[in-house]
Design a protein around this ligand. Sequence first.
Ligand code: KG4
Ligand code: ZN
Length: 329
Amino acid sequence: MLVLGVESSCDETGVALYDSAYGLLAHALYSQIAMHNAYGGVVPELASRDHIRRVLPLTRQVLAESGRTLADIDGIAYTQGPGLAGALLVGAGMARALAFALNIPAVGVHHLEGHMLSPLISDTPPEFPFVALLVSGGHTQLMRVSGVGRYTLLGETLDDAAGEAFDKTAQLLGLGYPGGPALSALAATGDAQRFSLPRPMLNSGDFDFSFSGLKTAVLTLVRKVGLGEAADIAAAFQRAAVEVLVSKSLAACAHSGATRLVVAGGVGANAHLRERLTRDAAARGISVFYPRLEFCTDNGAMIAYAGAQRLVSQQNSPPAQADLTFAVK
Ligand code: KG4
Ligand code: ZN
């Protein structure tokens, strides 16, 4: 089954073609980061208008690269939400209209389900069950995953998402948007031991997170020592945030009896997180799986993949018996 995937929830237009028998055939991405950079964050109206400009050229590109035509497509998956309403409408409108014209099914995919399944787009995907750490700009969740569509929420952030904390802290340190990669690069040049920052909810005994206090602690520190120390502050922040993410993820694995941990979402690209997680997990006999770096942040491949899983599964079992709803908010 050949599935076209369309992602347009925020500031990246992603289109991909996934074949359930042959894997990922092609994917293309246009990032609006440069356009929004001047405003210090995503401007929703500009994002929607740019998705309109990009989505069809990107679709033609993946078709040309894979040597397929519209007539070869068996289904279309698009990001249903969460995301910016206008931006989502572009992808949903294009996908549904095209599916209607081609008389093939269109399936809406939960953006987080796309992220969570992205490490499975691999020649050596993790087997089910596993624990998934979802760390994006909008969400931070720990999930037990027993199969496609079989997800149990173990814990989530009570306030800011991990990526949001990176972005807001980067803003406090005078770095650009998006802040995560910039903060991570600056942190690599700093001394993480110099300043001590809180590890919120580290010992809360559950799998929930809180990052807003950490951000406030950075603000207090910046006011006290000034931006001349930005590299050391960035390193201290990154270390504190990563320590909480690693500790809770490994605790969730222990709680679930899982020996596999999957990390997905933009913060999953963070080198310090990858290094600490891989090291500490190995010491506990846990294997960690990451998406390809380009699939950590938003992309069409993860939507095409998740949509293909759903469409294949609907083909194999009557929809009434298949509960494939992504059951988290
Ligand atoms: O998954 P994603 O592309 O979009 C959402 O669905 O939110 O995640 C974007 C988030 C941003 O907050 C960005 O700052 C963060 O991922 N991010 C990083 C890194 N690369 C992206 N955070 C820390 N370190 C990175 N290397
Ligand atoms: Zn995302």
